[in-house]
Design a protein around this ligand. Structure first.
Ligand SMILES: NC(=O)c1ccc[n+]([C@@H]2O[C@H](COP(=O)([O-])OP(=O)(O)OC[C@H]3O[C@@H](n4cnc5c(N)ncnc54)[C@H](OP(=O)(O)O)[C@@H]3O)[C@@H](O)[C@H]2O)c1
Length: 314
């Protein structure tokens, strides 16, 4: 049998079947790390099927694989599920995160817990890592409790807060950015778009790169720990993202209607939870893909007008 060269740095990724986790798995795998991904309902055949609510399964995979790094991407983030199944969501976002952090400490692994800008109330941006969180909705609350559970169980762990994500998706509904594409392309129907909440759409590849860079820095410097922020730097409302998407594909945008009132339905949202990323930037960590470039790359497989696709991409 041929010898296979397995890299000696090992990383375990939870949520590797999800939007961010897939990009994180790819980033480590392509950069000389031995990566093992864990998923749940979508795990097989590529990934390990691990229920993070089952502490025996979590203990066993960590003891068997002995990772140097764990990137914890698994969480429940769908607003309807969070609001309607609060206890189950708290089990995953909080209890399971604390347990994973304890198991990581048991093998000396560096844990990165992925958190969110929704831990802030959005009234006084930009937010530094040291600013006081004040989540407005249940999702933000469970993610903040998850941060605390992680840091209590593993004092060497890192928390990485990030905002709204987009990138390569399995279906358009997978990201709050890509889900707008059909409303943009079907221009025969007018579409209302939020123009109240200020967002900073962030590419999953860029977050994945930050996770890898942070892990590699930590391997050299054990003082790398605690809370960090990463975000794209283009401020846009959903209306502005939709217009940018239309522009990127040469599509009309006159059917898109900006709604400037604060939303009255659904969970409360922060008006502007901009994250100050200077702490990571000072460490020389970071990568930012321009929105126009990243969104075109992510959405072109879903473009309906095939003629346009052929002339531009082939
Ligand atoms: N998406 C965003 O815009 C955004 C913004 C800020 C922060 N974040 C944070 O970024 C992280 C990644 O988010 P995402 O958008 O990539 O999430 P996602 O696409 O919804 O993926 C969720 C992942 O969690 C896994 N999972 C669910 N229940 C599980 C269980 N009981 N045991 C093990 N795994 C389980 C799922 O596995 P299966 O699908 O295989 O069941 C899936 O891989 C989360 O921590 C989220 O809070 C996301």
């Amino acid at each position: 049998m041929e010898d296979v060269d397995i890299p000696n740095r090992r990383v375990l990724i939870t949520g590797a079947t999800g939007l961010l986790g897939r990009a994180v798995y790819k980033e480590f795998n392509e950069n000389n790390w031995h990566a093992v991904g864990c998923g749940y309902s979508r795990a097989r055949p590529k990934f390990e099927r691990i229920n993070l609510l089952n502490s025996v399964e979590v203990h066993d995979i960590i003891q068997d694989f002995q990772p140097h790094v764990i990137v914890h991407c698994a969480a429940e983030r769908r607003p309807d599920v969070v609001e309607s199944q609060a206890d189950a969501v708290s089990q995953l976002n909080v209890t399971a995160s604390g347990n994973l952090a304890k198991e990581a400490a048991g093998v000396g692994a560096f844990l990165i817990y992925i958190s969110t800008d929704y831990v802030f109330d959005g009234t006084n941006p930009p937010y530094k890592e040291s600013d006081a969180p004040n989540p407005l909705n249940l999702y933000g609350k469970t993610k903040l409790e998850g941060e605390k559970a992680v840091l209590e169980n593993n004092e060497g762990a890192a928390v990485l807060r990030i905002p709204i994500l987009y990138g390569e998706v399995e279906n358009l509904e997978e990201s709050a950015v890509t889900v707008m594409f059909d409303k943009v392309q079907f221009s025969n129907k007018s579409a209302n778009m939020d123009h109240w909440q200020q967002r900073f759409p962030t590419n999953i590849k860029d977050v994945a790169c930050v996770c890898r860079q942070l892990s590699e820095k930590r391997m050299l410097d054990p003082s790398i720990k605690g809370t960090f922020h990463w975000s794209g730097n283009e401020q846009m409302t959903k209306y502005e993202m939709a217009c940018a998407i239309a522009d990127a594909f040469n599509l009309p945008s006159s059917h898109l209607r900006p709604i400037t009132d604060s939303p009255v339905v659904g969970a409360l949202r922060p008006r502007n939870a901009q994250l100050d990323c200077s702490k990571l930037e000072m460490l020389g960590i970071g990568q930012r893909t321009p929105f126009r470039v990243g969104i075109r790359e992510s959405l072109w497989p879903f473009l309906v007008d095939k003629r346009w696709r052929q002339t531009v991409f082939h």
